[in-house]
Every structure is written in C-alpha cells, then in structure tokens.
Ligand binder design. Sequence first.
Ligand SMILES: NC(=O)c1ccc[n+]([C@@H]2O[C@H](COP(=O)([O-])OP(=O)(O)OC[C@H]3O[C@@H](n4cnc5c(N)ncnc54)[C@H](O)[C@@H]3O)[C@@H](O)[C@H]2O)c1
Length: 375
Amino acid sequence: MTTPAQDKLRVGILGAGGIARAHAIGWTAHPERAEIVAFADIDTERAQQMSDTWTGGKALAFGTGEAMLAEAEIDVVDICLPHHLHTDAIIAAANAGKAVLCEKPLCTTLADAARIRDVVRETGVVFMGAHNQLFQPSLLEARRLMAGGFLGTPYLLRSIETFQSRTWQQFGNGAGTQRDWGWRSDVRQTGGGELIDTGYHGTYRLLSLAGSRPVEVTAVLSRFFQQGLSTEDTAMVIVRFESGAVGEILTSWALDVVGNKHFEVQGELGALSGGPVSVEHQLYGWEDSATKRFEPVHTFTLEIGHFIDVVRGDAPNPSDIDETARTLQVIKAAYLSADLGRTVQLPEDPTQPATVDGASAATPTGVTVSDDSKA
Ligand SMILES: NC(=O)c1ccc[n+]([C@@H]2O[C@H](COP(=O)([O-])OP(=O)(O)OC[C@H]3O[C@@H](n4cnc5c(N)ncnc54)[C@H](O)[C@@H]3O)[C@@H](O)[C@H]2O)c1
C-alpha cells in the first residue's frame, strides 16, 4: 500500500536505537501528514520507551519486525537497524506492500543489493535510501549553481565527511569515555568500517555533485586513531566519472578538516566549496569569493518530509534503489581497490561488483613517462 487513502501515512519504525530518535524527530515534525503508530526493537523496553517519548505511549511496541508487520496497520517501514539486518527487513516490508525508508548503508553486499532491487521492482513499493545529507541547503544550492552552468564543466570534486570521535556517546547508548563499538566492531554486521558507515554520506554526496556514472575507483584505507577497530577509521577514495571529472571522498573517525567543509568543486569557470551552513564560490577573475549562508536545518526532518512527498507521488526520489546501490557499489569497489592495491573498474549495473580486468572508459588513467634521462 504505497499511496494510502487516509490523510496520514502510518509509520512503523524498526530499530529503536540512536538514529531512530533522529527519525522520530523527523516524523513528528510532520503531524498533518504522518504518524508513528509502531516501534519494533529486539529490546522491547526500548521500543516502548520510544513510544512513550514520541507518541505518549500511543504507538504499539513490538519485539520483532515480523510481529510489527503482522499486527500493526502501517503504510511505511522506517528501517533503523544495524547494517546486516537491512536486507531481510527491506524484503519483508516490500513483500508486505509497505513503502520503505532505510538507513544507510542499503545493505552489506552487492548480491543482497541485487536481491533487494528485484523485490522492490516486483512489488512496486516505494524505496528510498535515508540519505539525509542530500537535504543540506548548501549542497542543494551548489547543485543548483552547477546545473545552471555556473562552473562550466566540473573537473575536480571533493566530498568530506569527517569527525574525530573521542567521546563515543554519539552512537548507541554507551556511557563513559571509552567507546563500546557494539555491533560496529563486527565486520560481519557492518560490512566494512568507517567508509561503509559514516563514509556512506561522503559517497552519495560526491555522486550527487558529479551527476555522472562512476567508472573507476582507487582507494587507500588507514587506521590512524581508533585502535579499537579492526577496520579502517579513515578512507581516501578517488573516483573517476564517465564525464571525465575526478572525485575524491575523504572520510574519517580519526580527524577533522578546518572549517567543517563538506564539499569542493573546481570547474572550467570557477570553484565552490560548502559546509553545513554556507556555500562559497569564486569564478576565475573575481578578486574575492562570495558566500551565501543558511540557517542550520535538521536534515532528517527534511528527508522525511521529502519521503512523504515521494510516497504520495509528489516528488522525485533522490535515492531510489539504483542510486542507493550505486553508493554501495563505489564503497565496495573502494574496499576491493585498497585490498588489491590497484585501481578497479565499475560495471554499469550498480548491483554488480567492480572488476579488475580492464582500462576504464575513455578517460586517461596514466601517461607513460620514461625514467631514463637519455630516452
Ligand atoms: N544518517 C546518519 O547520520 C546515521 C547516524 C547513525 C546511524 N545511522 C545508521 O542507522 C542504523 C542504526 O544505527 P544506530 O546508530 O541507531 O544503532 P544502534 O545500535 O543505536 O540501534 C540499533 C537498534 O536496533 C536494535 N536491534 C538489533 N537487532 C535487532 C533485531 N533483530 N530486531 C529488531 N531490533 C534490533 C537494537 O536493539 C538497537 O536498539 C545503521 O544503519 C547506521 O549506519 C545513520
């Protein structure tokens, strides 16, 4: 049931941990158009607490997603579970005819992404990846300027998603100064490290700025600071696009950048850069840059408002199943590239893994320069 007859979408939130709170803020900010009617969490007490906090106890509390699907009258399943649980949750919700909003990452493997895409296509339900950073006004403004030809042809793009995580309470329910990584310490549950987690934002942001298919990926992963992890805490990923533009993702739990920058683009006519609340641009020949500032926004609230529009058929879906799978494809390619120590190529189908057997599209990947001074 993707276009319900009643005025308000009835929402079941699956997973009642850290990010579910941000989603609850988002849903309750649209009281005319949506209502949280259920929470489900393996920790039923937590589901009940969320119901008490956000709906005054009105929403039903369940211990499993299956029970919620069977017993609650809902139109939407909002998935806020650990990564390895996304696939089954999306497939079950889609098979039950529910619209799906799913936290990043889509899932942990591209084989699962292909299964999810099949079910989403067969059932025809609305699926949207919860790519909240797409709703930053600064990014929207940058994309608007670029779409208007402001920079001419974009050459280099950089997307940055970094913070140095020292007090770990911002994830999960840990208290104290030493982080309990919980499920995030198990690569079978996460599908990777920082890159597939926080780096997901940096990746879909880069793809949204490039507006072209990624064709080639080269990555270097590091663990600088989070010695409690077995995976990377920092990733640098170079992405070559079909257009010829080259992108870089810098993402980290070990470090931050000056000025809280989120993106930069250098093009034929000028350059721009942006953070959460501003965009700065300078065309070549200008003496100074110009800055446009924005009020801070709650991106989850904007994302959920947009999702409601998508379910109603009133807005395009910015992170449909193909776009969401594409983000995962780039990330998986980065892990493969770092593992092999070489550049890998991306197939056109976003659910297919990177290959290592050929040169990329018609873009130069290298020039042979002799090291012999007599040559
Ligand atoms: N968009 C963002 O900025 C952002 C930030 C943090 C997390 N996330 C994403 O949100 C998702 C959840 O992360 P989190 O930080 O909220 O994790 P969390 O550990 O705080 O919450 C996960 C919840 O899922 C519940 N759970 C675990 N197994 C379950 C099961 N089988 N059935 C029902 N409930 C189960 C846990 O009890 C817990 O309450 C992840 O995909 C994560 O990457 C996104």
